[in-house]
Design a protein around this ligand. Structure first.
Ligand code: AMP
Length: 447
C-alpha cells in the first residue's frame, strides 16, 4: 500500500516522498480514506502510531480542494490538544506536511501573551491547533469565529478530560456549527470518553490500532525495588554501572517539586540534564525539549503533563522514577520508547508506598513486571509481591537478589533474570469496526 493509492493530492505525495514516508502506518491506512470521504472517526490510537499524519494529511487534502477561502478571524479546521507542547508538535507536523500547499496554520495555547495570537488570527487560519482554555479566551474576545468551521479534531481526548478541560470543551462544542466532521483520538476509553463520542460523532468509523491498553510490545520493561529516599542515589548508581547508563532517557517524576529536586541531584553529579513541568515558562519548556531532541542533554526529567504526547525519536529508555498515580499513564510514559517498531527499555524504581499503583499497572497491562534488586540498595521497606490479577501478595520472607545485567553482580551462576520480555518486531494490530471500540480503561479522575 502506498500513499498514492490512498488518493492524496500530488503536493502531499511529493512532501511525503521528501520525508521518506514510504508506506502509510496502520492508523493512516484506515483513517485517511475515511477522513477524505468526510466520515467521522473514533480512533483508539496512541502517539507513535502516526496518528497525526493520519488526520493531518486528509485534512490538508480536503481543505485545499474544498470550501471557501478562510475569512477574517475564521477557522476551517480546529484541532484541540491537551498541552502546549502537543500543540506545538502537531502544528509543526501540519506545517511540514502542508509545506507545498496554500494553507495557513497556527497554534494557540496559554502561558504566553494573547495579543500576538489575536493579531495572527485576524487574517483567518485554515488549520488551527489549540488548547481548550486559550481557545475559549480568544473566542470570548471575538478573535476567532467558527462559522466556516468544517472539521473538529480532538487529539488525546482522554488527556483533555484528565486535565479537567471538560467544561471548556463543552463550551467550545456549543460554539461550533453542528454540521461538521468530527474526529476523536484517544489512547484510552473511559465512560466519559464514550459519552463524549456518543454526543459528538455521527456514524463514526471506529479504528483500534493498539491492543486494549497494551504497552508497546517492543519495550522491555522491568522494575527495581528500592526505598523511597534512596531512589536518586540508585538512579545515579545505575547510570554509572549499566550498559544503557550513558544513553538518553526520559525520566518521569510525580510532582513538579520532585522534578526540580531530581534535576538538581543529577546536575550536581555531573549529568547533563534538563527538566520540564507545568510551572516552567513555555519558552523554557520548549528549549529543554529541543535540547533533549538535539542530544545536547542526556536526561530529561518531566512530569506526566509536560511530557504527554511528545514525539521524541529513537528514545532508548524511559525511567519511571515514581510510578504514575493513574495506571494508564504508565502506558503513555513507556510509549515514548520503542516507537515505530524500534526496541526500547522502560525501568521503574518502585518503593513500598507504590505497591497499589504497581498492582493497578500490572492489571492494566495484564503482565507482572519482572523484578530486580540492586545489591547495596535492597529496600528496608520491602515491596510486597504483586501479580497481573491485581493481587498484592504477602511480603517475601527473604530478600531475593536478582542480579542486574552488566553491573558485575551477576551472581555465582552468572545467570541473569530477564523476566518475560516481549518479542521485538511485533506490529500493532489494526481492527476496523463499525461499533465503538471495546477499550475499557478506568476513568482516570483528576489530579
Ligand atoms: P505520531 O504518532 O503522529 O506522533 O507520529 C510518530 C512519528 O512517526 C512521527 O515522528 C512521524 O514523523 C512518523 N511517521 C508518521 N507516519 C509515518 C510514515 N508513514 N512513515 C514513516 N514515519 C512516519
Amino acid at each position: 500500500m502506498t500513499f498514492a493509492a490512498l488518493g492524496l493530492i500530488e503536493p502531499l505525495l511529493q512532501t511525503l516522498t521528501a520525508l521518506n514516508y514510504l508506506t502509510p502506518t496502520p492508523v493512516q491506512r484506515e483513517a485517511i480514506p475515511a477522513v477524505l470521504k468526510g466520515r467521522d472517526l473514533l480512533a483508539a490510537a496512541q502517539t507513535g502510531t502516526g496518528k497525526t499524519a493520519g488526520f493531518a494529511l486528509p485534512l490538508l487534502h480536503r481543505l485545499t480542494l474544498q470550501g471557501p477561502q478562510v475569512a477574517s478571524n475564521g477557522v476551517r479546521a480546529l484541532i484541540l490538544v491537551p498541552t502546549r507542547e502537543l500543540a506545538e508538535q502537531v502544528h509543526q507536523s501540519i506545517q511540514t506536511y502542508g509545506q507545498n500547499l496554500p494553507l495557513r496554520s497556527y497554534a494557540v495555547y496559554g502561558g504566553v501573551s494573547i495579543n500576538p495570537q489575536m493579531m495572527k488570527l485576524r487574517k483567518g487560519i485554515d488549520l488551527l491547533v489549540a488548547t481548550p482554555g486559550r481557545l475559549l479566551d480568544l473566542y470570548r474576545q471575538n478573535a476567532v469565529k467558527f462559522n466556516q468551521l468544517q472539521v473538529l479534531v480532538l487529539d488525546e481526548a482522554d488527556r483533555m478530560l484528565d486535565l479537567g478541560f471538560s467544561i471548556e470543551l463543552d463550551e467550545v462544542f456549543a460554539a461550533l456549527p453542528r454540521k461538521r466532521q468530527t474526529l476523536l483520538f484517544s489512547a484510552t476509553f473511559s465512560e466519559a470518553i464514550r459519552q463524549m463520542a456518543g454526543n459528538l460523532l455521527r456514524d463514526p468509523l471506529s479504528i483500534e490500532v493498539t491492543p486494549r491498553n497494551a504497552a508497546a510490545k517492543t519495550v522491555k520493561q522491568w522494575l527495581v525495588t528500592v526505598d523511597k529516599k534512596r531512589k536518586g542515589e540508585l538512579l545515579l548508581h545505575l547510570l554509572s554501572t549499566q550498559p544503557w547508563g550513558k544513553g538518553q532517557a526520559l525520566v518521569f517524576v510525580k510532582t513538579r517539586k520532585g522534578v526540580d529536586q531530581l534535576e538538581q541531584e543529577l546536575r550536581a553529579a555531573g549529568i547533563r540534564v534538563d527538566a520540564i513541568h507545568g510551572d516552567k515558562p513555555q519558552a523554557t519548556r520548549l528549549r529543554a525539549l529541543e535540547r533533549f531532541k538535539a542530544g545536547e542533554v542526556q536526561l530529561l526529567v518531566a512530569t506526566d503533563v509536560a511530557a504527554r504526547g511528545l514525539d521524541i525519536h529513537d528514545l532508548p529508555l524511559v525511567v519511571n522514577f515514581d510510578l504514575p498515580i493513574v495506571a494508564e499513564d504508565y502506558v503513555h510514559r513507556i510509549g515514548r520508547t520503542g516507537r515505530a517498531g524500534a526496541s526500547g527499555q522502560a525501568l521503574s524504581l518502585v518503593c513500598a508506598d507504590e505497591v497499589n499503583q504497581l498492582a493497578a499497572i500490572e492489571t492494566l497491562i495484564r503482565q507482572t513486571l519482572p523484578r530486580q534488586e540492586q545489591s547495596g540498595f535492597a529496600p528496608d521497606h520491602r515491596v510486597p509481591l504483586t501479580d497481573a490479577s491485581g493481587q498484592i501478595l504477602k511480603k517475601p520472607k527473604k530478600p531475593k537478589i536478582k542480579p542486574i545485567p552488566g553491573s558485575g553482580n551477576a551472581g555465582k551462576t552468572g545467570k541473569v533474570h530477564l523476566g518475560n520480555w516481549f518479542e521485538d518486531g511485533d506490529q500493532p494490530r489494526v481492527k476496523a469496526v463499525r461499533k465503538a471500540p471495546r477499550l475499557g480503561g478506568k476513568p482516570s479522575g483528576k489530579r
